[in-house]
Design a protein around this ligand. Structure first.
Ligand code: T4K
Length: 365
């Protein structure tokens, strides 16, 4: 039997390249608490991504929780999308805020700004959209709405590493953006994440919040978490950054092959990527509907029988999860998309033979 093909597989640097970093850590015995490798990675990421300030985190979820705290959001409603990974919604509830789920635009899979505007009440304090699959939200319109209603705008940019939109980093929009460097992401540090912000004052606030709220040895200003990224993880990030452009090129090649192969299949829609200066091809979602002869779940099972493990990112929508039932709202577009979507394997080491096998299984019905 062929070996299994998963939705993704992390890229790793050459093992030997990691050893000098380990030697450095073993020699100077600085393992964490924003040491030299952590600082170097923050600087190199700012330069690579074209942003002013980055604060590294141990994962994207804690970065999200901290981002809301950094903006002083302690009560009220946060408008967000039901079509996302649970971490987005969890971060709102962890801050004792109320998530208000509004419907998406099925063309992009992102929150629809018209629905955002309709959902604003006198309790609304922030908007938390997701650049789903790395596809930019309607950033101009969302900023306009946030400005008009005096709301904070935080982007969950967990999928948006390196995306350039209208000539600048997508991470520059909004008050804050959070990233994930999880093993399954375009850029990984095993586990990891970051907040991108736009001022030295905000960076200092976030740096304190991710370190228990410590100001100095005798002053603690906030009741916050430990969100620091260790030196080993930062070292890995420095190495990964060296090959990021090759990683993105390899992803683009597979994205193009899939896209051109499915163009003539009725009932298969590839979610279009906006014409970006730089894309990151972070997922390959297809949307399955009639007259394609199989339902999404049937295609999922067929691929699985052939040892191909596509994923239903993002099914179910948040409001269909028992833990979010009390935040129920009517989001038919998100529900429909979640029942039709399938993310196909996409990662740099996916060989052409496997890509062809996946395409043929989808074509032959
Ligand atoms: N916001 C959004 C919009 C997000 O999508 C996420 C995370 C976050 C926030 C939170 O960021 P983090 O706190 O995670 O930094 C995965 C990831 O765990 C999660 O990071 C990600 N989104 C989500 C979309 O997907 P699972 O449960 O689907 O992962 P898992 O373990 O099933 O992995 C998928 C496939 O990847 C496996 O079948 C095999 C492969 N894999 C996975 C891992 C972990 C490997 O080859 N090696 C590995 O080490 O959640």
């Amino acid at each position: 039997m062929n070996s299994p093909i998963y939705v993704t597989q992390p890229v790793l640097p050459e093992f030997d390249e990691f050893i000098p970093y380990l030697e450095q850590i073993w020699k100077n015995k600085i393992l964490t608490n924003c040491g030299p490798l952590h600082q170097q990675l923050e600087q190199e990421l700012c330069a690579y991504l074209g942003v002013d300030y980055i604060s590294l985190f141990n994962n994207g979820t804690i970065a999200l929780v901290t981002a809301l705290q950094a903006l002083g959001l302690t009560e009220g409603e946060v408008i967000t999308t039901p079509y996302t990974f649970v971490a987005t919604a969890h971060s709102i509830v962890w801050n004792n805020l109320t998530p208000v789920f509004v419907d998406i635009d099925p063309k992009t899979s992102n929150i629809d700004s018209i629905n955002v505007e309709k959902a604003i009440t006198d309790k609304t304090v922030a908007i938390l959209p997701v650049h789903c699959y790395g596809i930019p939200c309607d950033v101009e319109k969302l900023q306009e709405i946030a400005n008009l209603h005096n709301l904070k705008l935080i982007y969950d940019a967990a999928h948006a590493f390196g995306v350039i939109h209208q000539g600048k980093s997508l991470l520059k929009y909004g008050d804050l953006s959070i990233m994930s460097f999880h093993a399954t992401k375009v850029f990984n540090t095993f586990e990891g994440g970051a907040i991108v912000c736009h001022s030295a004052e905000m960076k200092q606030r976030i740096d304190r919040l991710k370190n228990f709220g410590i100001v100095n040895e005798s002053t603690i200003d906030d009741i916050s978490l430990n969100g620091k990224l260790s030196e080993i993880h930062a070292a890995l990030g420095l190495l990964q950054l060296k090959s990021i452009d090759h990683i993105l090129q390899a992803r683009q090649k597979i994205d193009r092959i899939y896209r051109s192969s499915f163009i003539d299949i009725e009932g298969i829609r590839c979610i279009e990527r906006i014409d970006l200066v730089k894309d990151n091809y972070s997922y390959f979602p297809i949307v399955i509907s009639e007259p394609y002869p199989l339902s999404r779940d049937e295609l999922f099972e067929k691929l699985k029988l052939n040892n191909i493990f596509a994923r239903k990112y993002f099914y179910p929508i948040m409001t269909d999860l028992a833990v979010y039932k009390k935040y129920q709202s009517d989001t038919p577009e998100a529900k429909r998309l979640s029942e039709q979507v399938l993310c196909l394997p996409l990662y740099p080491d996916l060989c052409m033979e496997s890509v062809e096998k996946i395409i043929n299984l989808i074509k032959d019905n």
